[in-house]
Design a protein around this ligand. Structure first.
Ligand SMILES: Cc1cc2nc3c(=O)[nH]c(=O)nc-3n(C[C@H](O)[C@H](O)[C@H](O)COP(=O)(O)OP(=O)(O)OC[C@H]3O[C@@H](n4cnc5c(N)ncnc54)[C@H](O)[C@@H]3O)c2cc1C
Length: 397
């Protein structure tokens, strides 16, 4: 086990940290944020070592799920619409070179029981950015997606250009490309050293920049700095087998969807690559420890998701579950990400707080962190540590 954990993967890895002319960076965490930070630092000419305690998109990581939605619809939060758009281009380029698809352009459909600020603002932002967002009334919705029961729905917003990312595969591919292009990747547990160094499986390393992209572990690694500013919560996901031979649940016929009705937000995906129809509730569950948390689905959670799926998608009545997953969100107080310098240790950078919507933005988040590390360019205030409160008041949806 010890030997495996110390294995260094990648032809250029031995050289990567010994090159004396290039600036050296270490990125801790090969989730979507760390992997894309490593990629962008490498593009900027840094010699980069990416280290992860378990591996890209591992079972406990937040990036370790099957699929993640990508969308431009973000209400008034135009910054995320722009980031999603820019990231999508990177994802598509990466998907084109991958042997299996990373992106399924299934489209994304949000539906509402009445016109609300979120929908109105999304329409305004899309219009301003010249980005297609189709508003469809209930009759139109029922004609296009007869497999959905649109009871209590007034209208929907449909984005045809977005869809689903194959999450774990996409992170693995990001890391694979980084290594192919000369980056070093290592399986190792990292701990902060007292002198601004980093210990990798007990071995001391130094670098000009050390980016801590530890996802839900970040509060454990830096308890004094973010222990009370990132809230790790339990999230349950279920997959249901569509009826045999019924292709209305395939991505060509069913988009990713989110239902904004009745105060509760449910969302899901079509039957991507035969994994089953995915359904989850987007709320903040109980506090959760990524190392010791019980990842078995609760009976109450399964019943809730089944009831909702059967109500909105009547053909799923009685269909078997194919899979459950328990993952975790790592929420900031507002839902905005954390992209900043460590407040007291020079050369340390903090990256995280994906807050249940970070995956799609991986490429842009990585680029923003690389700008900070390479050029000292701070991102806007909402991403800085100073903006992170100690009370959960989610604003970004
Ligand atoms: C159920 C669920 C549904 C979601 N749905 C969506 C969605 O539809 N769309 C979307 O955009 N986003 C979604 N998200 C959010 C998104 O998945 C996360 O924001 C994103 O994956 C966070 O990535 P990360 O790199 O910050 O963290 P992680 O993926 O957790 O990566 C952190 C990595 O750091 C490593 N690490 C931690 N500590 C150490 C250490 N000391 N030494 C070495 N390695 C260490 C870990 O092993 C891990 O691999 C969802 C999240 C969940 C849980």
């Amino acid at each position: 086990m010890g030997a495996t954990r110390r294995t260094i993967i990648g032809a250029a890895s031995a050289l990567a940290l010994s090159g004396c002319s290039r600036r050296r960076a270490i990125v801790v965490g090969a989730g979507v944020f760390g992997a894309w930070t490593a990629e962008h630092l490498q593009r900027d000419g840094w010699s980069v070592l990416l280290a992860d305690q378990m591996g890209p998109g591992n079972a406990r990581a937040s990036s370790g799920g099957e699929s993640r939605m990508t969308r431009g619809t973000y209400g008034r939060d135009e910054v995320y619409t722009r980031m999603a758009l820019a990231s999508l281009e990177e994802w598509k380029r990466l998907s084109d070179r991958a042997s299996l698809p990373l992106f399924h352009k299934a489209g994304v459909l949000f539906f509402f029981e009445e016109m609300v600020d979120y929908a109105r603002q999304s329409l305004e932002v899309h219009q301003r950015l010249n980005l297609p967002l189709e508003q469809i009334d209930r009759t139109g919705l029922a004609q296009r997606w007869p497999q959905i029961d649109f009871a209590n729905v007034a209208f929907g917003l449909f984005e045809a250009e977005f869809g689903a990312l194959m999450a774990r595969r996409a992170v693995e591919e990001t890391v694979a490309r980084f290594v192919e292009q000369g980056g070093a990747y290592r399986v190792a547990r990292a701990d902060p050293g007292e002198d601004g160094s980093v210990s990798l499986d007990g071995e001391r390393h130094t670098a000009e920049a050390i980016v801590w992209a530890c996802g839900p572990w970040l509060p454990k690694v830096f308890p004094e700095v973010v222990g009370e500013r990132i809230f790790v919560t339990r999230q349950e996901v279920a997959f249901i087998a569509p009826p045999d031979g019924d292709d209305r649940f395939e991505p060509a016929q069913l988009p990713g969807w989110a239902d904004f009705n009745g105060g509760d937000l449910y969302y899901g995906f079509p039957n991507l690559e035969g994994r089953g129809f995915k359904i989850a509730r987007d709320y903040h569950g109980a506090a959760f420890d990524p190392d010791t948390g019980d990842r078995r689905m609760s009976e109450a959670g399964a019943a809730l998701l089944r009831a909702f799926a059967e109500k909105r998608f009547p053909a799923l009545v009685g269909r078997p579950f194919t899979e459950f997953r328990v993952c975790q969100y790592e929420n900031s107080s507002s839902g905005d990400f954390l992209i900043d310098r460590h407040p007291t240790v020079p050369g340390y950078y903090l990256l995280g707080a994906g807050s249940g919507h970070g995956f799609k933005h991986g490429p842009e988040v990585g680029r923003m962190m690389a700008r900070l590390v390479s050029e000292g360019r701070l991102p806007e205030m909402r991403f800085l540590l100073a903006s992170k409160g100690t009370l959960q008041r989610r604003e970004v949806l």
